[in-house]
Design a protein around this ligand. Structure first.
Ligand SMILES: Nc1ncnc2c1ncn2[C@@H]1O[C@H](COP(=O)(O)OP(=O)(O)OP(=O)(O)O)[C@@H](O)[C@H]1O
Length: 266
């Protein structure tokens, strides 16, 4: 049944089920539950320190939660390695860009694609036909992704020499190369000017139109409201809202916690 507010149908792709994450005395996530439905763009927002990045870290195997479970397509993710979770279909970008600075843009994307390869290490060393085929396909796919992200010109440049905006786009291309069902973007528009933000917004929609589901952490309210189907709001590690953008905007709890902050200061 399509959701009445968002029009998004289907069973949950990702379930965050009663997750608590404590760091010593700090409760970064306090019994958090929400779903990401297949095919939607879900926003995850909240003031600084609300627990958004911790949530990504728990979902992607960086942290083991203190309690609770995360499931992708019904499969439990807690206690799996980051690598296994990537293979199961979750990719992410980071608040602070993490690329291989001494590799070209193309190589950075190919490394992302390697997560999907099925060749064994001996197969790669012996350069068996399957390995060579995968390498060739990986290179073609990497070019396509650079093109899709609007940076085909960057293919042979070292990542460290790329302008900031291109590095951000490259990070998304690399995440897409793992062939994720769910793409998690942690403040992808940080440092962008309004025109770049508009372009990013269009790109995020195109990523969803390719059939991928997107979970977006973003501070820029205009961007979040403009692109998401639904928004989950965290405050002090608790979920305070989970609704369509218009409803979130009108929710007094959210206004008090977050939207009360002038947009320019957010
Ligand atoms: N590795 C860690 N060790 C100790 N405390 C941590 C760790 N990671 C996060 N925290 C704490 O957990 C809380 C939530 O942090 P988190 O980074 O998830 O918030 P956030 O919503 O992503 O904030 P921001 O918008 O500033 O990025 C904060 O109090 C933070 O200090």
């Amino acid at each position: 049944m399509p959701d009445a507010t968002t029009g998004v149908a289907g069973p949950p792709l990702l379930e965050v089920d009663d997750v608590t994450m404590q760091f010593g005395g700090v409760t970064a996530l306090d019994h958090i539950s929400f779903e990401v439905r297949r095919g939607e763009i879900l926003g995850l927002i909240g003031p600084n320190g609300a627990g958004k990045t911790t949530c990504f870290n728990v979902m992607t195997g960086v942290f083991q939660p203190t309690s609770g479970e995360v499931r992708l397509n019904g499969q439990k993710l807690v206690s799996r390695s980051r690598h296994q979770i990537t293979r199961l279909g979750i990719a992410r970008t980071f608040q602070n860009i993490r690329l291989f600075p001494e590799m070209t843009a193309l190589e950075n994307v190919q490394v992302g694609g390697d997560a999907r390869h099925r060749t064994s290490v001996p197969g790669a060393l012996l350069r068996l036909p399957r390995h060579r085929r995968e390498e060739r396909d990986g290179r073609t796919q990497a070019f396509e992704l650079l093109d899709f992200m609007g940076i085909p010109h960057a293919a042979n440049s070292l990542a460290r020499n790329l302008p900031y905006g291109d590095q951000r786009r490259l990070e998304i291309a690399r995440a897409l190369a793992t062939g994720p069902e769910l793409l998690c973007l942690d403040e992808p528009a940080a440092g962008f000017n309004p025109a770049e933000k508009e372009e990013l917004l269009a790109l995020i929609r195109r990523i969803r139109d390719r059939g991928q589901t997107v979970l977006l952490i973003e501070h820029d309210m205009r961007l979040v409201m403009g692109v998401t189907d639904r928004i989950v709001v965290l405050e002090f590690g608790r979920k305070i809202a989970d609704a369509a953008p218009a409803a979130v905007r009108a929710d007094p709890k959210v206004v008090a916690a977050y939207l009360g902050v002038p947009e320019d200061a957010a």
